[in-house]
Ligand binder design. Sequence first.
Ligand code: UDP
Ligand code: MG
Length: 310
Amino acid sequence: MISVIIPIYNEEDNIVPMYERITAVLEKLNVEGEFVYVNDGSSDSSKQVLNQLAKEHQEVKYIHFSRNFGHQIAVSAGLDHVTGDKVVIIDADGQDPPEVIEQLYLKSLEGYEVVYAKRAQRKGESIMKRATAKWFYRVLNRITQIDIPLDTGDFRIIDRKVVQQLRKMPERQKFLRGQISWIGFNQTDVTYEREERMSGETGYSYAKMIRFALDGITSFSNWPLKIATISGFVFSFIGFLLILYTLYSRYVIKDYQPGWASQMVTMVFIGGIQLIGIGIIGEYISRINENIKERPLYVIQDSNIEHASD
Ligand code: UDP
Ligand code: MG
């Protein structure tokens, strides 16, 4: 059986068309399917649409969050509740074409625990979004030990074994594509063309994207901390040379200027470097803080899965 996880944030018009497209693919493959819709605090009528869909089709499961927790947490909630042998993660807006599931599934049968969909092209997304995404993944690969595949989202099929490992990873800063790479097993990709959104608008604001990017970096790399330390050393060394030079001018050649400009420049500069260093450390500490609070990752308001909202 294949479980399909679909995070939903204000996707009222996309839910039913996507259900039909995915069902058609599963029928073609002749496999049984289970749909786990995670409604991430939508403010449109997604909730009613899902409840109705579940009434009509018994393979449809829904989880309604008590508020918006974010896309990665929605997918994580889905992972906590799927029962299939293979699990597909797919966006609700049609940007990940369901027809690609066929290739993903067939490839996974060749003995791959993870088959991710690699985008050959991205349609209907701003130049800014494409450029930042491209740049981000290349930097991330440089500064992390694990190999996070380029140009992939969370659209993929994973084996039950991988799901079980993911459930053991309690971190709150979910960066699933990184975690799945970290887990290992046999991984491969199939390429596809990313479509435009069927309807509605993106739920990923720039603020959410920045937070997601920072979660990815801090979860898998300590490189920014090292940069803070290294620049600290470099600037202390320059400062030390400056002290020697100052003493030399003052006492040996006795030629010194009031020196307001140079002092201002160094103070402001060193001050800036220090603040950046403290800020980077703060990013890590705030994440440690979130992790030790041991709050649940999400709160379920209502679900048709047994014991889900206990
Ligand atoms: N989504 C979610 N919670 C959010 C934002 C988005 O569950 O806070 C879902 C959304 O419904 C969609 C998927 O995550 O199924 C991808 O989001 P979106 O299409 O808005 O992002 P984009 O494709 O623009 O990066
Ligand atoms: Mg989208």
